[in-house]
Ligand binder design. Structure first.
Ligand SMILES: [Zn+2]
Ligand SMILES: [Zn+2]
Length: 558
């Protein structure tokens, strides 16, 4: 009984974990690496696909499902278990992914043949993708399935995407028993449309994601503690649209076709129904991605058991929660191009979510250089992707071999992230009624995963470890399982910290100047009553802030 971390170990994409028990081989997810991860992980499997008996698929996102067609192409003939919503989404996503593979191979081949080299074969074709779908078996949430003697599993709602799951796995080998939990991607609370992540009761060993293990999402105004009501998310989005439209710019939203796009549509319908932007009663919203259009149809067909209460209530009242009159869906390429010549401001939602491929690149090319436009990021941007460069503040980027200045407003809506933040992840662990013996942390950038593992160690007193790619562990002898020792803050966090310290040093002079001007003003003999009150209030505010900070940080000062 052992476990090997083939994919998303110290990486965010390419999820693929390998288990052996009773001569059976199980894969949890079989995802495609994206961005920089693609180069790190390469294209081959480090195991024999024909010897894999089961694939348990947590959810449909391509970084979890995208190599299934390749697995089948290379000999897999077992069973692929997923919830019915995941299976339906995979129907469209795997074919779409194959289409991208074929197009890329064709493009690379043309270059390669011109250089006198061989043609480039696609990783898999549409035919492979269609064939792989025949190996799927559907299950419902909370239903225990016996895969074979001594191996059972159960899918539980993970609140990350329609159909997304955490997976419980019961393994029995001889007289040894182990209960495993794979977190899958853990959703955020109060995400539109879908349910909140469900918590689990017990596990010996947990394998969990850590995408945002180093940060806390900024919560939009109007949030109540951890709860973010739909109106708070909608208002945050509405204000960005209002400011951008007032300048005459477009709002461009790169979004995963499946999941994020529909959640954003849900928010726009909410904005319009509740008249949150009275000055723009018909916000023109375009969804420009054939895959998004198909996925929206699946979401709109409201699969029983997958919607949350708020969305279900609407469906029962005969309202489609993600469709509204000023929404246009675009499949046709010409129509897509025409968007760039529109005179009136509009909202464009397009994929891919990390801006690596697809029509979003055209829309970025036409809007990044415009100071009046806004690009809104709403999902995780992996290292090495175009999306990450823009989000990290690149002043210019290269799109289709052309250098484009980034002058537009770039914002990130963390409040609508599909992933739990550090606090959400810790809460998810704390919710186990019986403390797990060991936690493996994966699905996070190297420094984030290690940092989160040492945090779990320290704060929750549970052995935690971020495995490196290809590391294998026996699940029988829990005592030899490793522990992460203290890992420093990820550089993304520490860089930010040092930058703000620099700023603080720069601004100390301003603070001193403000204080001396306040003192000077208070000594003026001709101060009006109104100014005196304002000055008193300002001094009080500043003084109480300083006092509060003094209490908070004094203990730490030397
Ligand atoms: Zn996902
Ligand atoms: Zn993921």
């Amino acid at each position: 009984m052992d476990i090997t971390f083939y994919g998303a170990a110290k990486h965010v994409t390419g999820s693929c974990t390998y288990l052996k028990c009773n001569d059976k081989t199980i894969l949890i997810d079989c995802g495609l690496p994206q961005g920089r991860d693609e180069k790190d992980m390469g294209e081959e499997f480090f195991f024999e696909p024909s010897l894999v008996d089961f694939v348990l698929l947590t959810h449909a996102h391509i970084d979890h499902s995208g190599r299934i067609p390749q697995l089948v192409k290379e000999g897999f003939r077992g069973e692929i278990w997923a919830t019915s919503a995941t299976r339906r989404l995979c129907d469209i996503m795997l074919s779409d992914s194959a289409h991208i593979q074929e197009m890329e191979a064709e493009w690379k081949s043309r270059k390669s043949v011109r250089a006198g080299k061989n043609k480039v074969e696609p990783l898999y074709t549409i035919k492979d993708a269609l064939e792989s779908l025949t190996y799927f078996k559907e299950c419902n949430y909370d239903e225990k399935i016996e895969l074979s003697k001594g191996i059972s599993c159960r899918f539980v709602d993970a609140g990350h995407l329609l159909g997304s799951s955490s997976i419980e796995l019961w393994l029995e080998e001889g007289d040894k028993k182990r209960k495993l939990v794979f977190s899958g991607d853990i959703g955020n609370f109060d995400q539109p449309i879908i349910e909140d992540p469900h918590y689990l009761d017990d596990a010996d060993i947990v394998i969990m994601e850590s995408t945002y293990g180093d940060r806390i999402h900024k919560k939009p105004e109007g949030s109540i503690g951890n709860n973010i009501p739909t109106i708070a998310r909608a208002r945050e989005l509405a204000l960005i649209v209002r400011d951008t439209f007032a300048k005459g710019g477009n709002v461009v939203i790169p979004a995963f076709s499946v999941g994020r796009t529909q959640e954003i549509l849900y928010l726009f319908r909410y904005i319009l129904d509740n008249n949150l932007l009275p000055e723009y009663p018909d916000i023109p919203v375009f969804v420009d991605s054939p895959l998004s259009v198909k996925a929206t149809e699946i979401f709109a067909s409201s699969i029983q058991g997958y919607y949350d209460e708020e969305a279900m209530k609407m469906v029962n009242e005969g309202i489609n929660p993600i469709i509204f009159p000023s929404l246009t869906t675009i499949v046709d390429v010409e129509q897509s191009k025409a968007l760039n010549f529109r005179k009136e401001p509009c909202v464009i939602i397009s994929s891919s979510g990390m801006c690596e491929a697809g029509r979003i690149k055209h829309h970025l090319k036409h809007n990044l250089w415009k100071p009046e436009s806004t690009v809104i990021f709403s999902g995780y941007q992996a290292g090495g992707t175009l999306g990450r460069s823009i989000l990290d503040g690149a002043r210019h980027v290269t799109i289709f071999s052309e250098q484009i200045d980034v002058k537009c407003n770039v914002v990130s809506l963390q409040g609508i992230s599909g992933h739990a933040d550090q606090q959400g992840l810790l809460e998810w662990i704390k919710a186990f009624k019986k403390k797990p013996k060991q936690i493996f942390i994966n699905h996070g950038e190297a420094e984030v995963a290690s940092y989160f593992a040492s945090l779990v160690n320290k704060e929750l007193k549970i052995k935690a470890y971020a495995p490196a790619p290809l590391e294998t562990f026996s699940l029988i002898d829990a005592t030899v399982l490793p522990t992460q020792i203290d890992t420093p803050l990820p550089s993304s966090v520490s860089t930010k910290l040092y930058n703000s310290v620099d700023q603080l040093i720069n601004e100390r002079e301003i603070l001193e100047a403000v204080v001396s001007r306040m003192i000077k003003a208070s000594k003026k003999t001709d101060l009006s009553e109104k100014d005196a009150i304002r000055l008193t209030n300002a001094i009080e505010r500043l003084r109480s802030d300083i006092e509060y900070l003094g209490i908070k940080w004094y203990g730490d000062s030397e």
